[in-house]
Design a protein. Structure first.
Length: 324
C-alpha cells in the first residue's frame, strides 16, 4: 500500500501544474503561443450578427428591509464587428438594429477592447471618475484585460483574467471589478450607486454568453456596503433575420469620426491621469448625447467628418478634468 501511494504521488508530480486564476501561469513558450492563438480565436468569434437576450435578476438582499426588484428580460438584434485587430489588441464594436415604424434604426452600443498581458487597466473609481490601476506583475503573463466602453466611447469598466476550460466549458473570467450603474438602474436613483462584479465570457454552440455577478453597493455612514446581489445573463445567439447591413452602412459612414473620438478619450486618459467627467443618470456623460448626434449628422451628410471630429475633440477636452 505504501509503495502504491508513493507511485501515485510520483505520477502526479509529472503532470503539468494547473493554471490558477489567482496565481502565475506556468507555461512553456510553445504552450503560451498556442494558448494565445486559442484566446484570440475566442475573442474574434464574438463578432457576428445576433439575437440578444438580456436577463436581469436581483436575488439576495444584503441590507435589511431591501426588497429585490422583479426579474427583467429584454432583447434585440445586435451586430458585433471587429474594428481593431493587432496581435495583442482586439476591439469589438456592438451596434443595435431596431425596427420601428417601418424603418430600420441603428443605435451605437457598447464596445469591448481586449489587450494581451496588460500592465495597467482604466478602472472605475466612483462618481464619474476612472483611474489607471496596475495589473500585478505576476498576473500578467498569458492573461487578457477587457475594457468596456459606453455608447460615446467613454470608459465604463475594466478587468483582467484568463481563458480556461473547466468541466469541458471554455471561459474567460475577470477579477473583481468596480462598475458604474447601468442606465436601467441609474434612472431609478436607487439606494446603491455602483457595482462590484465578476464578468464571464463563454462561447456556446450557437454564439456566446456574457454572465455578470453584480454586488450592488451603496454608501452608508460614509462606507460602501452591499445592498443586493444581481445575476445578469446576456445571451448572444447567431441570427441573420434582420437588416444587419444597416449597421454596416452606419459604421462605414461614421467609423473615421468614432476612431477620432476613441483617440481623444485615450489622449485624455494618458495626459490627465485617467478620465474625470460629469455624468447624468439618463445619458451617461454630459456630452454623450451630443457626441451621438454628431455621428448621426455625419451619417446623414449634414456635417463633415472633419467638422464633427473637431467639435467632439473640443467637447471631450473641455468637459474632462485632471485627476490628482
Amino acid at each position: 500500500m505504501k509503495n502504491r501511494s508513493m507511485l501515485i504521488v510520483a505520477a502526479l508530480a509529472l503532470l503539468p501544474a494547473p493554471a490558477l486564476a489567482d496565481g502565475p501561469l506556468r507555461q512553456t513558450a510553445v504552450e503560451a503561443q498556442a494558448a494565445k492563438a486559442a484566446d484570440r480565436a475566442d475573442i474574434l468569434a464574438m463578432a457576428g450578427t445576433y439575437k440578444v437576450r438580456f436577463d436581469m435578476q436581483e436575488t439576495t438582499p444584503w441590507a435589511a428591509g431591501y426588497t429585490p426588484l422583479d426579474r427583467k428580460i429584454s432583447g434585440g438584434n445586435e451586430v458585433v464587428r471587429v474594428i481593431e485587430d493587432t496581435p495583442d489588441h482586439i476591439a469589438l464594436q456592438h451596434l443595435l438594429v431596431v425596427e420601428h415604424g417601418g424603418e430600420t434604426h441603428v443605435i451605437k452600443h457598447w464596445r469591448q477592447d481586449w489587450d494581451y498581458q496588460p500592465s495597467r487597466v482604466l478602472v472605475y473609481a466612483g462618481q464619474g471618475k476612472w483611474v489607471w490601476e496596475a495589473v500585478p506583475e505576476r498576473m500578467r503573463a498569458g492573461r487578457w484585460s477587457q475594457t468596456v466602453y459606453q455608447v460615446d466611447d467613454s470608459p465604463r469598466y475594466a478587468g483582467w483574467g484568463q481563458f480556461e476550460t473547466q468541466g469541458g466549458v471554455r471561459r474567460w473570467r475577470s477579477n473583481w471589478t468596480w462598475r458604474p450603474l447601468a442606465r436601467r438602474d441609474a434612472v431609478r436613483h436607487p439606494v446603491y450607486d455602483r457595482y462590484y462584479a465578476i464578468n464571464r465570457h463563454q462561447p456556446t454552440p450557437t454564439g456566446w454568453v456574457h454572465w455578470q455577478d453584480n454586488m450592488k453597493m451603496g454608501l452608508k455612514d460614509g462606507k460602501l456596503v452591499p445592498i443586493v446581489q444581481e445575476s445578469v445573463l446576456n445571451t448572444y445567439d447567431r441570427f441573420d433575420g434582420f437588416d444587419g447591413k444597416a449597421a454596416d452602412n452606419y459604421w462605414a459612414k461614421t467609423k473615421d469620426y468614432w476612431s477620432a473620438v476613441r483617440a481623444a478619450w485615450s489622449r485624455v486618459a494618458d495626459t490627465k491621469g485617467g478620465i474625470a467627467i460629469q455624468e447624468q443618470a439618463e445619458t451617461g456623460t454630459v456630452i454623450s448625447g451630443r457626441l451621438l448626434t454628431i455621428a448621426d449628422d455625419i451619417r446623414s451628410g449634414k456635417m463633415t467628418s472633419a467638422a464633427g471630429t473637431a467639435e467632439a475633440t473640443a467637447l471631450i477636452d473641455r468637459n474632462t478634468r485632471r485627476i490628482g
